[in-house]
Write a protein that binds this ligand. Structure first.
Ligand code: SF4
Ligand code: SF4
Length: 111
């Protein structure tokens, strides 16, 4: 009787809550330690470019002349390497992800 296990499963599923969430109607919960988007306190940045050189996906751009720091959100894989190598400790990983959108989502910050 191959359909018996399936029938049991169907009946069980009728009386249990769905495992999926009704996003975006139900807000997403973020837990401590979740690797989300990179944040910068640009006023602390000295534009040394270490984060740019160490980023494995070339997501970060730094210009000492323009005193600017930018990131292509869709390139970032939230590896945390830039946060670890920054000598001024001005980078951090937020627990939240960037909002989904088309394009590369470049964000630029100026001192
Ligand atoms: S490593 Fe830190 S201080 Fe250097 S450019 Fe990157 S964010 Fe700025
Ligand atoms: S978290 Fe990793 S991938 Fe994202 S910007 Fe930093 S070094 Fe690059």
């Amino acid at each position: 009787m191959a359909f018996l296990p399936m029938t049991k499963l169907i009946v069980k599923n009728l009386f249990t809550r769905p495992v999926t969430e009704r996003y975006p109607f139900v807000p997403k919960k973020y837990y401590p330690g979740t690797r989300g988007k990179v944040l910068i306190e640009v006023e602390k940045c000295i534009f040394c470019g270490i984060c740019q050189r160490r980023c494995p996906t070339a997501a970060i751009g730094v210009s000492k002349e323009k005193k600017s720091w930018d990131i292509e959100r869709m390139r970032c894989i939230s590896c945390n390497l830039c946060v670890e190598v920054c000598p001024k400790k001005c980078l951090a990983l937020d627990v939240k992800y960037s909002a989904a959108a088309g394009g590369l989502q470049k964000e630029e910050f100026h001192a």
